[in-house]
Every structure is written in C-alpha cells, then in structure tokens.
Design a protein. Structure first.
Length: 264
C-alpha cells in the first residue's frame, strides 16, 4: 500500500484537473488490486462502519492494519463492538458493489492520518438496476446510522424518524413457502420468539437461503402486517441488522410514518 499512500499525498497537493483525473484513475485501480487494505466492521449492523464526511455517508478504509486497529479501538471506546477486517483483493469488487447496495456514498482513505475523501463513483461503477429489482440503499443507510447511534447511546430521535420514513417507503422480499416442507420460512430468536423473515434485497435474502431454494415475492410496507399470522412479528434482514417489528409497531409506523420508537 506504499504506492497508494504516495498517491494520496500527490492527489492532495495537485490542482491540475487533467493530471488529477489520471491520478485518481490510477488510485482506483490500486484500490482494486493492491494487497493490504482494511476497514472496520461493526457488530450491531453486521456491516462496515458508516461515517459522515462532508455531508456524505462514507466507509473508512485504511492502508495499514495498525491504522485500522486504531480506528476500531476508537469505535469500541465509543460503545460499539467493532473489529478491523482485511479486505482481500479478490473480494474487493464485491465489496465496493456492496457499498452501493448499503447506502454508502463515499470512501475515506486513512481517516485521521494523511486522508483522502473519494466519492464512490470514482472508485467503482454503480451496479445496474434491473426493472422492478428490490433494492433499498436509502433504508439500509438509515438503519445503519440508527443502530450505530443506539450503540453510542446518542440522541437517536432524528435518526429514528428518518429510519421509519424509509421503512414506510421501502419494498421488501418475502421468501416463498418451501416446497419440500410446504411451511413458510421462520426465524426463532434466543428468547423463543418466532418471526417471519423479510429482506431489503436479494443479497440479504441469499444469506438466509444459501442454497437458493426459495423464490421471493415483492411486498410494500403496508403488506407486512399480513405476514405475521401466528408469529410474534417480522424480522428484516435476520442475517444483517435484524430489525424486529411486531404488529403494534407496524401499525404505528403506517399511521404516523416517522414518529415511532423502535428497539432491536
């Protein structure tokens, strides 16, 4: 990553547009292939830490494992369970695509050191969206910020309002009944609660249905009430942030749209 650090310094000092474009293209290529790139993963969301930088949601990436460990330690001090993660080159194309899916808008390299902010499109192209594809980056973003705020014991009222508004606008995937058992898929929590799983996109559903045996049906938020049946509620992305909503919460979000307090 020495070449990446050299490029960061060069780009920070360069003001010539034609040279800057070439340097940024070179940097983007190295970020895809150069060994030794790290990030911090947060337990409460099951995802990369989402920060704010110049008004954009950003993933903080590091060119040194020591830098990443230092940053993860700071997150733990703030109340979040977090660890540094090595991003292997062969996994990075999927990683950058996943940042788009999850509502990230930018990347910050070496935050708190010689850092550089890069809008995500400068590093990787946004995946094309299929007609009628279920994808919810705005919801993913708002839930991530909400849970990070919960972990820090911050004032989360504004984040909660934003999340509930995005929930109401979102579309979801409901797994179809398993044809082998003719039973709807369910998730049970550690307290014995039974929940109907729904998902924000196919990536999250594939974490649940690893063998890809189940189809998915598109639902709007107002349709989720009909999924509960005899269950205790629904759980959105059970292998991700795992947001649980019972009938009362669903009804209140539907009625008020953005005035509900939700607790994981």
């Amino acid at each position: 990553m020495e070449k990446v650090r050299e490029l960061i310094l060069t780009i920070r000092k360069n003001e010539k547009p034609e040279r800057l474009a070439r340097l940024l293209a070179e940097l983007a290529g190295l970020l895809e292939t150069e060994p030794g790139l790290y990030c911090a993963r947060v337990r409460i969301t099951g995802h990369v830490y989402m920060g704010m930088e110049q008004g954009m949601t950003a993933a903080f990436l590091y060119t040194s494992g020591d830098y990443a460990d230092e940053f993860a330690g700071g997150l733990r001090w703030s109340g979040m369970e977090a660890d540094s993660v090595h991003l292997y080159p062969e996994k990075r194309p999927d990683f950058f695509r996943d940042l788009y899916r999850s509502g990230f808008e930018a990347v910050v390299l070496d935050k708190s050191h010689e850092s550089l902010l890069l809008p995500l499109p400068l590093i990787a192209d946004e995946p094309e969206r299929e007609p009628d594809e279920v994808r919810n980056p705005e919801l993913m973003r708002s839930v991530c910020l909400y849970y990070q705020g919960c972990a820090r014991r911050a004032d989360i009222r504004a984040l909660e309002d934003q999340m509930c508004g995005e929930l109401y606008k979102a579309s979801f995937l409901l797994p179809e009944t398993d044809r082998r058992t003719m039973a709807p898929p369910l998730v049970t929590d550690s307290h014995g609660g039974r929940y109907c799983p729904v998902f924000t996109d196919w990536v999250e559903m594939d974490k649940f249905d690893r063998k890809k045996r189940l189809g998915g049906r598109r639902l709007r938020f107002r349709d989720l009430k009909g999924c509960i049946g005899s269950c205790d509620g629904i759980v959105i992305n059970p292998f991700g942030f795992g947001l649980k909503l019972d009938m009362e919460k669903l009804l209140r979000i539907e009625r008020e749209k953005n005035r509900l307090r939700v607790v994981k």
